[in-house]
Write a protein that binds this ligand. Sequence first.
Ligand code: AMP
Ligand code: MG
Length: 402
Amino acid sequence: MISVAEAIQIVRQQTRALPSERVELQAAQGRVLAEDIVADSDLPPFDRSQMDGYAVRADDVKYAPVRLRIVGESAAGRGWRQELEEGQAVRIMTGAPVPAGADSVQQVELTHELKDATVVELLESVEPGKSIVKRGAEITAGDVVLNAGTTINAAMMAVLAAFGYAKVNVFRRPRVGVLATGTELVAVDQKPGQDQIRDSNNYSIGAYAELAGAIVERLPVTGDETSALKKQIAKAAKRCDMIVTSGGVSMGVYDVTKSALKELEAELFFERVALRPGKPTVFARLPNGTLVFGLPGNPVSVSVTFNLFARTSLLAMQGATEPALKHETAALAKSVKGTNERESYLPVQLTTNDDGELIAFPLKWGGSSDFVAFAVTTALAIVPANVKTIEAGSVVKVVRLP
Ligand code: AMP
Ligand code: MG
């Protein structure tokens, strides 16, 4: 049995980044950058006014109130191209270029225009540089503004647009086949007969995989026969970068996932992790390179093991520099129990208290089959192996669920 940290390490080592592709900017949200994004211009590209007001020479208004002659106007997109001289002012708008010769902008609230708008009275003096963002103060042309490996969020879309990335190089989205195994399973649109249940794992796995950027294909539910399972896996492997199965990895007579993988000559990297829930998790690679995660059947184990391992691999395939769930810390609202030899990942809800501290509320649940209770979980609290109890108020590591 290997630790969770070792298993994640192996997943990262055995996952290769997929090739990149160029996509239209509007399709880039949520994708992982395969190139550094470089500024093609200074930002701001010119000395920019931060205020509506008057561009002036600070020297001219030292002994305010003073009157200056209005010689022009600089609006956003339509600057005033001449040079401002002593005794002059240019009416200026937010975002407009500050004319040459001016060294400060007085905001309109501290001025008023006189004589048919040909003269402005400035009521207060102004510091040199006031309300001007100098050219290049934010970004210099040639700067790397976003690094390869970053997942593109909504705010980054503006960065890409501002520097002219109409198309952007991102890693290809992984294609993932999800495959539920178990003779007891029927499809969602069927009424379960005697001893049967509906397949729910394919839906949670598919949803989590999509959240991790994958294109998901739902494969037909398969029984507990090695030969049928083998066929399904071999067929799906032709189109998929990853196959995620659920069920059939425990020690029972009908647990055939590992035998199917072995008969397909897969390389098994691990098959037992010191984890509760989710000990019998399997990670393997088929001879054609397709990665396989054989997750346990219990729906809660599925959510935990998918997000610890398969999600990490999917993000690594897309070139993410930090593919694994991030550890944070939270104080426990109630005590929790650990177990021997295995690290526990227990369902909690995260909130903040009045002091702004992160608090983890352990959920009441009936174990790894209790997916209804698990559905409101927002994070997992980590209890180290061989720790009997962690008392309320103690600070523990947590990982947020996507
Ligand atoms: P297994 O790992 O195949 O022994 O399955 C463990 C438990 O999870 C059993 O109670 C199964 O009925 C249940 N289970 C397995 N696969 C699924 C599935 N796709 N959807 C819902 N429950 C499942
Ligand atoms: Mg089964």
